[in-house]
Ligand binder design. Structure first.
Ligand code: ATP
Length: 343
């Protein structure tokens, strides 16, 4: 659906060259929700804006729906842009137009007859849950409601692709959750491919199928959300994951735990189909070791379990039983003893 082939974008200002995007190659399949994550300045916005040619690439090809868009004539480009809806962090609504007027705007531009506009806007208002707000002005709406209007407007011309530029970054956590659910519904109900950029890993975890991690204009890691969460390869990716995992011990917390617990501490990392309880309790019973789950979390991600626990093992009789337990657990989960601060 969308393919970047060795795409670069260099901004040239006052004799200074800024390579915002460097040799990026990516493929986004039809119907997928694809996330691009990175810190500020990584090049995410520039990459997103290349999809509808709000920026033109310095080199490389961008293929959308089988067409190399860098070669489009102005008229074809206008047609392409109608197939790509866009929503923004700051909503970008027209303050002087009502909610109805905002959503109707792209349809008016496309020359849609009045009666058809009325029907379509009505449908969209129902879809985003704002039927009662048609005559309100943006300043009378909350941030979440404004973004719903932004989404309805972006969907007005029935695009195949929706691109989202930090669409939830200005919203509180609860409203963020509602907007993410709405985006998921957009994807499922209309089969629209969604490409979003964010600096928040929880956004990726909530709705994306695949993710690319960007740093200094480059894609440093790419894959399914599960693969990336379960086995991050790049330290920046691991940092993003830590920001939502809440299973890392600070040196201070480790000290406190060690002073309270006499047994050995182990981190058990669960990936894929293993479940925490039966694996752990069965093995502990077999080897006559008491266990105590101290810290961590296991969660479901894309239908698979994933996460880690810090567990204390205390042998009921002989100390070597802990070694045998660890050897058995290591066949199904990753096990490592927690001795010092974990980096
Ligand atoms: N129009 C421009 N002219 C010159 N430099 C630019 C321009 N737009 C972006 N840049 C530079 O390109 C780099 C990438 O910027 P970009 O906005 O794409 O990153 P980002 O990951 O989206 O960051 P943020 O989340 O802060 O927007 C930065 O160094 C930025 O300063």
């Amino acid at each position: 659906m969308i393919r970047f082939e060795a795409v670069s974008k260099i901004f040239a200002t006052n004799k200074k060259q800024t390579p915002a995007v460097s040799h990026v190659s990516l493929s986004i399949a039809q119907g997928e929700i694809y996330g691009i994550i990175g810190f500020s300045g990584a090049g995410k916005s520039t990459l997103l804006r290349l999809v509808n040619l709000l920026e033109t690439p310095s080199s490389g090809k961008i293929i959308v729906g089988g067409q190399d868009i860098t070669a489009l004539k102005p008229r074809e480009l206008r047609r392409l842009r109608r197939r790509i809806g866009m929503i923004f962090q700051t909503f970008n609504l027209f303050n002087a137009r009502t909610v109805f007027g905002n959503i109707a705007y792209p349809l008016k531009l496309a020359g849609t007859p009045k009666a058809q506009i009325k029907t379509r806007v009505g449908e969209l208002l129902r879809f985003v849950g704002l039927e009662d707000k048609a005559d309100h002005y943006p300043e009378q709406l909350s941030g979440g409601q404004k973004q719903r209007v932004g989404i309805a407007r972006a969907l007005a011309t029935s695009p195949d692709i929706l691109i989202c530029d930090e669409a939830t970054s200005a919203l509180d956590p609860e409203t963020t959750g509602d907007i993410l659910k709405l985006l998921k519904r957009v994807n499922e109900a209309y089969g629209i491919t969604i490409l979003l950029i964010t600096h928040e890993m929880h956004v990726i975890r909530s709705i994306c199928d695949r993710v690319a991690v960007m740093e200094n204009g480059k894609v440093i890691e790419e894959g399914s959300v599960y693969e990336i969460f379960a086995s991050p390869k790049h330290p920046t990716t691991a940092n993003f994951i830590r920001s939502v995992q809440n299973d890392q011990l600070s040196p201070k917390l480790l000290e406190t735990l060690k002073s309270k617990h006499q047994g050995k501490l182990f981190r058990l990392v669960f990936k894929g189909g293993t479940t925490s309880e039966p694996v752990l309790s069965r093995a502990a019973r077999l080897h006559n070791v008491d266990f105590n789950i101290i810290y961590g979390s296991i969660q479901e991600l894309k239908g698979q379990l994933f996460g880690s626990l810090i567990v204390e093992f205390q042998p009921a009789d002989e100390p070597s039983s802990v070694d045998r337990l660890v050897a058995q657990l290591a066949q199904t989960v990753e096990v490592r003893e927690v001795i010092d601060h974990e980096s």
